[in-house]
Design a protein around this ligand. Structure first.
Ligand code: PMP
Ligand code: GLN
Length: 380
């Protein structure tokens, strides 16, 4: 078979969730909440279904939802996107990422990806015929950071796009205003596009603000800003997200979107649109997750794991060198089987073999789940 992605297997998230189930382990691997969403959101979706919102919506998304997204982005980040021509509702962030890449990357074009990187970027680039150019983050006592000099050094005349992700999966690091300035210096005056994966935009801790590309005019004018309601509203299984991008980019995005999904399920879009009228669920999210982060970090402080900073997302990275010298994938499996706690090896987020002795835990879990995991981890 001459297939397009011969080297790609099942994602590490699926593998580790399966292993967790086999061993009856607490699953702190795959990133998803083990608690429910707000019942009011479910009611709104039910009402939309009963009101007959069950046929195809517009290809671009339900207008009320696009308007609600535009209003939110403007209120939080100060840039006004036109709901009709600059916002498109997608089947989660995954489809938005794939579509943004397919509509803009030509065969042979280079796409700079900062690693560790979320696992869907590289296959999306490969399917477009593009060439991924990985640049590794630096990791030191202050945690992970992006070496912008190395990003600048990776730019060539073939560079078509730079992918950034903040808050960052898997490291929990966040880009600061100075990082966006550095990125802007690299792309200004070029035709390089930016794909900004901001699915964890509402999970930034310790009073810091999320630095969206929408805040930065040089970046916003060339960026696909992508987010996902799955993360924000605790509904990862609903697969509803969006892309905000200048009209010219959005027009190209929609050419691909209309043929790879055409549109996204109608009742969820109506339900989410109604729910967005109240900003408190996403405004309250930093405090909600910061409490879980603090509970989890306080528990881990009494173990032999070494904590890395966790400024955003619902992930906590730890060094395990005091417990084992196994490679990360092996350690994650051992931890699942022996300690009955599943984690994700950070090596899975690199295109080249990279061992840092670090694994990722997801703390989007009930407090009792986190406490059960901590009890096991403290015995190591
Ligand atoms: N980007 C990042 C960084 C993610 O962590 C995820 C979710 N795991 C996605 C994109 C995909 O989001 P969705 O589930 O909305 O497709
Ligand atoms: N984004 C989730 C994570 O990083 C998993 C998504 C998936 O399973 N594809 O854990």
């Amino acid at each position: 078979l001459r297939t397009r992605l011969p080297a790609v297997g099942t994602t590490v998230f699926t593998q580790m969730s399966q292993l967790a189930a086999e061993h009856g382990a607490v699953n702190l691997g795959q990133g998803f909440p083990d608690f429910g969403c707000d019942p009011r959101l479910v009611d709104l979706v039910n009402e939309a279904m009963r009101a007959g919102h069950n046929q195809y919506p517009f290809m671009t998304g339900v207008p009320a939802l696009r308007s609600a997204i535009a209003a939110k982005v403007e209120a939080l980040y100060g840039r006004s996107y036109d709901a009709a021509s600059e916002i498109t509702v997608t089947a989660g962030a995954t489809q938005a990422i794939m579509t943004a890449i397919l509509c803009s990357v030509h065969p042979g074009d280079e796409v700079i990806v900062i690693e560790p990187a979320y696992d869907s970027y590289l296959p999306s680039i490969a399917l477009a015929g593009g060439v991924a150019v990985p640049v590794s983050m630096r990791v030191g006592d202050q945690g992970y950071s992006v070496p912008w000099d190395a990003v600048a050094g990776a730019v060539t005349p073939r560079t078509r796009m730079i992918v950034v992700n903040s808050p960052h999966n898997p490291t929990g690091s966040v880009l600061r205003a100075a990082d966006l300035d550095a990125l802007a210096c690299i792309v200004e005056g070029s035709d390089i596009l930016v794909l900004s994966d901001e699915v964890y935009e509402h999970m930034v801790f310790d009073g810091q603000q999320h630095e969206s590309v929408a805040r930065h005019p040089v970046l916003a004018e060339r960026a696909f800003l992508i987010s996902s309601f799955g993360k924000t509203y605790h509904v990862t299984g609903w697969k509803v997200g969006y892309v905000a991008a200048p009209a010219a980019l959005t027009a190209e995005f929609r050419k691909v979107h209309q043929y790879n999904v055409f549109t996204v399920n109608t009742p969820m879009q109506h339900g989410i649109a109604g729910y967005m009228a109240d900003p408190s669920p996403y405004l309250d999210l930093p405090a909600f997750y910061q409490k879980k982060r603090d509970l989890f970090r306080a528990g881990l402080a009494g173990t032999r794991f070494e904590l890395l900073p966790a400024d955003g997302t619902y992930f906590q990275c730890v060094r395990y060198g005091a417990i084992s010298d196994m490679p990360e994938a092996e350690f994650a499996k051992w931890l699942t089987a022996e300690a009955k706690v599943a984690a994700i090896p950070v090596s899975a987020f690199y295109s080249r073999p990279t061992e840092s002795g670090i694994v990722r835990f997801c703390f989007a879990k009930k407090d009792e789940t986190l406490k059960a995991a901590l009890e096991s981890l403290s015995r190591l």
